[in-house]
Write a new protein. Structure first.
Length: 373
């Protein structure tokens, strides 16, 4: 059902795209942001009909700016990022990036496919995090402005070589960002491989609906349509248990602020140093998660066809990252809703599979939609 709803959205986007060519050119502005490893890095400014702006860069296929109005019409950027390429490359590795080849953790950097063992770099204690230190967040993607789209749209592509960060197979990956007039960032991912491999893709944007750099997110009201979540050990690797959220501080099936139960003495909040867990999405309704910030009235909705979402509330932020406008990103000043598969799925045959075979195409869509209420 979920796949059908998202396919219909995609068909609608493509249909309108075909009906309205010409318009897009001025809606996507492409500026040089810097160079990295001999490749040009761009800053792409996408403006929709409502006059709202997002900015992307092909360094890590990132979202670096999302400027949307509050309930009085005042616009502010709600996404973490940096004003210059130099600060982007020296800053937090993940802000707004596409994470691959395997988003989230792989226990001890080891997994097996058809009896062959693979090792990936350990960059998070004993585990591999986010595809390894030189994962897809850190490479320069090719950039194509989709001129025939009604909405401003940019396609980033990358060819990940066989054995990159230890993963088997040459993988062709594409992500199309479309910024609709309804203030939706539609992210369409496609992946194929020439050898059996594992793939788990996400976007790692950090959001603060007060405006990025304006205090913490503990007052943001969250709903996650998930009846269960994936408990982890102290290194944030799943035990294999899928635990019902009912009666726990992980029950966001009705609205709760992020801060309301975060200090409870609950094993998973202790291991995660707060929320840093994958929720098993019910995938029954159009919208999978919502974040509402009552002062500005901003509402963000998350829609995905993926089986899970990692809710991370910035427990590792400490104010040392200075972002847009010189603002420090303090402890718990941003939250992430990283759609995707469960952590360490390659070592959990009972979790939804992340295996990608030659001849198959991985396709997935996630939407971040902004409005006010
Ligand atoms: C999240 C992860 C956190 C932390 C963060 C990056 O996806 O769950 O534990 O590693 O990325 O700082």
């Amino acid at each position: 059902m979920k796949k059908i709803l998202l396919s219909l959205t995609l068909v609608a986007v493509i249909f309108t795209a075909c009906n309205h060519s010409s318009k897009t050119k001025e809606m996507v502005k492409k500026d040089v942001f810097g160079t990295h490893n001999g490749k040009e890095v761009y800053l792409l400014t996408l403006t929709n009909k409502a006059g709202n702006v997002i900015r992307l860069t092909n360094f890590g296929a990132r979202i670096t700016w999302i400027e949307v109005p509050d309930k009085t019409g005042k616009k502010d950027n709600v996404a973490f990022g940096y004003d210059t390429f130099e600060s982007t490359i020296n800053g937090d590795p993940y802000f707004g990036a596409v994470i691959g080849r395997y988003a989230n953790r792989i226990a001890k950097g080891k997994f097996t496919l058809d009896g062959v063992g693979y090792n990936t770099p350990l960059n998070d204690g004993p585990n591999t995090l986010h595809g390894g230190p030189a994962g897809w967040h850190s490479v320069v993607w090719n950039t194509e402005v989709l001129k025939d789209s009604k909405y401003p749209a940019v396609k980033f592509t990358y060819v990940s070589p066989d054995k990159e960060e230890g993963f088997p197979g040459t993988v062709n990956v594409a992500v199309v960002y479309t910024w609709t007039d309804n203030n939706e960032i539609v992210m369409d991912y496609t992946c194929s491989t020439d050898k059996k491999t594992v793939v788990n893709l996400t976007n790692h944007a950090y959001f603060n609906l007060h405006g990025a750099g304006n205090g913490d997110i503990l007052d943001h009201e969250l709903v996650i349509k998930a009846a269960s979540f994936v408990p982890v050990d102290s290194t944030l690797i799943p035990s294999g248990e899928i635990r019902p959220v009912a009666g726990t501080p992980f029950d966001f099936t009705t609205p709760h602020t992020v801060g309301e139960r975060i200090a409870e003495n609950y094993d998973q909040l202790v291991y995660g140093k707060g929320y840093d867990h994958t929720f098993v999405l019910d995938n029954k309704e159009e919208v999978d998660a919502t974040v509402y910030e009552p002062v500005s009235g901003r509402l963000m909705e998350v829609i995905t066809d993926q089986p899970g979402v990692q809710f991370y509330c910035g427990n590792f932020l400490d104010g040392s990252m200075i972002g847009h406008g010189g603002k420090p990103y303090i402890y718990r000043s941003g939250l992430c809703l990283e759609t995707g598969h469960y952590p360490d799925s390659p070592n959990h045959p009972d979790f939804p599979t992340t295996v990608l075979n030659p001849g198959e195409t991985f396709k997935s869509t996630t939407i971040y939609r902004f409005s006010v209420k």
